[in-house]
Design a protein around this ligand. Structure first.
Ligand SMILES: [Zn+2]
Length: 257
């Protein structure tokens, strides 16, 4: 089936479906692109030496903007297309990517303003205490975003000190980003949305459900790859479609509208 036909068929299935479950995978981190940039690899090595890999999602954001603003813009546009197509559906988006831009796509909220997006790997929108004190789980503010922007500029000039993002209100340790690269990842950062996702998923049972898995790799199969397969296998009215790396997920999304 050629690409146009494949998109047409999937759009028809979405039209007919009552529920749509979307998985956005690690492709959206754009590591395939970033790891080709020498400047990027150098920064990541420095972070590793300083046990600060939790900074990686932030560095990824800066490097995508620096090295390929066009790619980042295309991805955003493509995901906005998807949000538009799903607008009238009951849907949920699960992501294994640590790209913060995915969170900022206008995924419409469910009734009662519940979120339709969950990313169990985190990114850099929240802070946590390195020891996991509940008081340390805080949103990143505008002020911290400014500190981070300055940090990135200084780092490009060779200053690799870790930015000061404030201290844990409970134990006083320096806060870090709440993501999978933290040595003790505080999973409380996403559990509320995860519970919301599972509530939503229960409602889809025995209804026409389309599952779209886009750009997933093999890094965390327990988050979406395996569960999606199980749902498609056991739920008669569920159909799973995969858009893998070879199909170029960004081009695929751009072709939706
Ligand atoms: Zn603490």
């Amino acid at each position: 089936m050629d690409k146009k036909e494949n998109i047409k068929k999937i759009l028809e299935k979405i039209q007919e479906a009552e529920y749509v479950l979307v998985g956005l995978g690690q492709y959206f981190d754009m590591q395939y692109f970033l790891s080709m940039q020498e400047g990027y690899r150098e920064i990541i090595e420095k972070l590793q030496e300083r046990h600060a890999l939790w900074m990686e999602p932030y560095v990824d954001t800066c490097c995508r903007k620096q090295f390929s603003p066009k790619l980042e813009d295309e991805m955003t546009k493509g995901l906005q297309n998807l949000a538009e197509i799903l607008e009238k559906k009951s849907y949920f988006v699960v992501s294994t990517s640590t790209n913060r831009t995915l969170r900022e796509i206008p995924w419409k909220k469910l009734l009662m303003k519940k979120e339709r997006y969950v990313n169990p790997c985190g990114e850099w929108s929240k802070l946590q205490c390195p020891d996991g004190c509940p008081e340390g789980l805080l949103p990143v503010t505008d002020n911290e975003e400014k500190i981070l922007r300055d940090w990135y500029q200084n780092m490009k000039k060779g200053d690799f000190r870790i930015p000061d993002l404030g201290k844990c209100p409970n134990c006083g340790k320096e806060l870090i980003f709440n993501n999978i690269y933290a040595e003790q990842y505080d999973e409380k950062g996403y559990l509320e949305n995860w519970a919301e996702y599972h509530n939503w998923l229960q409602n889809t049972w025995n209804h026409r459900l389309v599952i779209l898995e886009i750009g997933e790799g093999t890094r965390f199969p327990s988050i979406m790859k395996n569960p999606f397969e199980r749902i498609a296998m056991f739920q008669q009215k569920a159909e799973l479609y995969r858009i893998d790396e070879e199909q170029n997920p960004i081009a695929w999304l751009l072709a939706l509208c």
